[in-house]
Design a protein around this ligand. Structure first.
Ligand SMILES: CC(C)(COP(=O)(O)OP(=O)(O)OC[C@H]1O[C@@H](n2cnc3c(N)ncnc32)[C@H](O)[C@@H]1OP(=O)(O)O)[C@@H](O)C(=O)NCCC(=O)NCCS
Length: 208
């Protein structure tokens, strides 16, 4: 018996979110931010299994007091803030080669933090692509100003950041932010106890 061509046909099989495809792992289909970059690199959200690699990437910069030291638990707590660039073709498998996190501070204000590129991958636009994504993320959620505390003034200037002085929030918001236990917020507030860490850093802001 032949099938009746006029009868309704079952839909063509489409892989579900849990089924791997040839080009991407299964979880990538659930990450709508997963995208390919020039040079065969990938930008995507961080996953819990990336924390070890993120910490390995930033540790030398923490040791050099370029980035703020954090406990492992802080990376898990802030995981959803991270965008990563990975090299899927690296020796030994996918390697995290860049990271950046957007931490919301207040209604109109967020901080770009833990912006780091693996030294082997610097000068190839990884940092810029991460920051452009972070700024788009900020705009999408209603943030109007992005702050950063950095030695990399040329890099951030090229992204439209400008040097600022002081802490650009009202006295009322300043008092509210004092309730935070976050070390970066203490740095943002320029509290005396973090002054030794911030020596030589430039405070920068971009208006979106
Ligand atoms: C800041 C940092 C993230 C930049 O990372 P990066 O991936 O090298 O950044 P990019 O490649 O996008 O840009 C860096 C420079 O390379 C240049 N560049 C970008 N693409 C390039 C390319 N294809 N070829 C040559 N140069 C290129 C950029 O013009 C930029 O030059 P500039 O510094 O004069 O503006 C990196 O230096 C770093 O990890 N620093 C330590 C951590 C830190 O201080 N973070 C900031 C505070 S959170």
């Amino acid at each position: 018996m032949t099938a009746d061509p006029t009868s309704p046909q079952p839909p063509a099989h489409e892989p579900t979110a849990s089924e791997p495809t040839a080009s991407a792992p299964a979880w990538a289909e659930r990450d709508f931010t997963h995208r390919e970059l020039p040079g065969g690199l990938i930008m995507r959200r961080a996953r819990t299994s990336d924390v070890t690699a993120i910490r390995r990437l930033v540790q030398p910069m923490v040791d050099a007091r370029i980035l703020v030291a954090k406990e492992a638990v802080n990376y898990f707590e802030g995981l959803h803030e991270f965008r990563l660039v990975t090299d899927p073709h690296a020796d030994g498998g996918e390697r995290v080669v860049g990271c950046a996190a957007l931490h919301v501070l207040w209604e109109d204000l967020a901080e770009a933090r833990t912006v780091a590129t693996d030294p082997d991958y610097r000068g190839r636009g990884v940092g810029r692509m991460l920051m452009e994504q972070l700024l788009a993320d900020a705009q999408a959620i209603g943030v109007q100003r992005v702050f950063c505390l950095t030695f990399e003034t040329r890099f951030f200037t090229s992204l439209g950041f400008e040097q600022i002085t002081g802490t650009p929030v009202s006295p009322e918001v300043y008092v509210e932010l004092l309730h935070s236990h976050d070390e970066n917020v203490a740095e943002f507030l320029d509290l005396a106890r973090v002054k030794p860490n911030t020596l030589g850093n430039t405070r920068m802001m971009k208006h979106l």
